[in-house]
Write a protein that binds this ligand. Structure first.
Ligand code: HEM
Length: 288
């Protein structure tokens, strides 16, 4: 499941990194060329740049500080190897990430969502590009502005933040909240997180919710109890427009799943490379 969480984290990473482009993917893109590629999951507008290793003269995205926690690359390698045996040079790494993330969500008990396919892999992976990722200290208004630039509305934003029903974050990303947000932080969670970070430093981790390997509505119920981990999580309950959505998702998991499906479909078609732009990498770690 650790790898699954990393894959879902990739979903967010890819939103900020690729260049602009129009979306025209299709559900049966590999229908003739690799008919069972669809057995590996679907989503994300990823150009898979995040999978490229650093070289002596280029620090790749995955070695940039915001992505240090990404793992699961080995899973992608294995999927790629299997697909290369069956249909060499056909299925892009970007599509593999999208499909694998969909599988991870489903395996963790979350909703199944459709993943249109046909993304191409990018030929650039630069650590500096990750500045486009939303930082964990943004408030709801700032997050809404950022999501709106990708045509993602408030409901998409709150539902997609529900991706934090899986996984964990490092102290480096929430220690400021411990120091400055006592009013919106459950005191017992505050003390236990403070102990974790005091003992382990910036590299120590804490899970986003109590059921971190299950895709469920617990993340939203914890926000209601002021037990959100990042400032960017708790702010969703502190701002009136997003609080309404948090309460709805906390009460109605089916509605959360529905909104997450919609959000993922939209997020999975952002910033695409398709047609003849980019390539289908032979190894997800190296440009052809
Ligand atoms: C709302 C804006 C978002 C912000 C500010 C944000 C920020 C972060 C941060 C800071 C971490 C922890 C990194 C670390 O310390 O290792 C994280 C982890 C994670 N994020 Fe987000 N994220 C956002 C949206 C999303 C979305 C939309 C998804 C997926 C739909 C997602 C899925 C994940 C997952 C699964 C993890 C855990 C990975 C692990 O266990 O290592 N996030 N996010």
């Amino acid at each position: 499941m650790a790898a699954a969480k990393k894959l879902v984290r990739l979903l967010m990473v890819v939103v900020g990194v690729a260049g602009p482009g129009a979306a025209a993917l299709s559900m049966d893109y590999y229908g003739m060329s690799c008919p069972f590629a669809d057995m590996v999951v679907r989503n994300v507008g990823c150009d898979a740049s995040v999978l490229l290793d650093s070289t002596p003269d280029n620090t790749a995205e995955k070695d940039a500080p915001p992505n240090k926690s990404l793992r699961g690359f080995e899973v992608i390698d294995r999927i790629k190897q299997a697909l290369e045996m069956q249909c060499p040079g056909v299925v892009s790494c970007a599509d593999i990430v999208a499909l694998a993330a969909r599988d991870a969500v489903l395996m963790a008990g979350g909703p199944y969502y459709v993943v249109p396919l046909g993304r191409r892999d990018g030929t650039r992976s630069n650590a500096a590009d990750t500045v486009a990722l939303p930082p964990p200290f943004l408030n709801a208004t700032e997050l809404a502005q950022l999501f709106a630039t990708h045509n993602l509305n408030l409901q998409d934003m709150v539902a997609l933040s529900g991706g934090h029903t899986l996984g964990a974050a490092h102290c480096a990303n929430f220690k400021n909240r411990l120091a400055t947000e006592a009013a919106t932080l459950d005191s017992s969670l505050g003390s236990s997180l403070s102990s974790v970070c005091a003992a382990g430093g910036d590299g120590a981790t804490a899970t986003f919710d109590r059921t971190s390997t299950m895709f469920d509505g617990v993340y939203f119920r914890e926000l209601q109890q002021r037990r959100g981990l990042l400032s960017s999580d708790q702010t969703l309950f502190e701002s009136p427009e997003t609080k309404r959505l948090v309460n709805m998702f906390a009460m109605n998991q089916a509605y959360f799943f529905f909104a997450f499906q919609q959000g993922m479909l939209k997020m999975g078609q952002l910033n695409l490379k398709e047609g003849t732009i980019g390539e289908v990498r032979r190894s997800c770690r190296i440009i052809n």
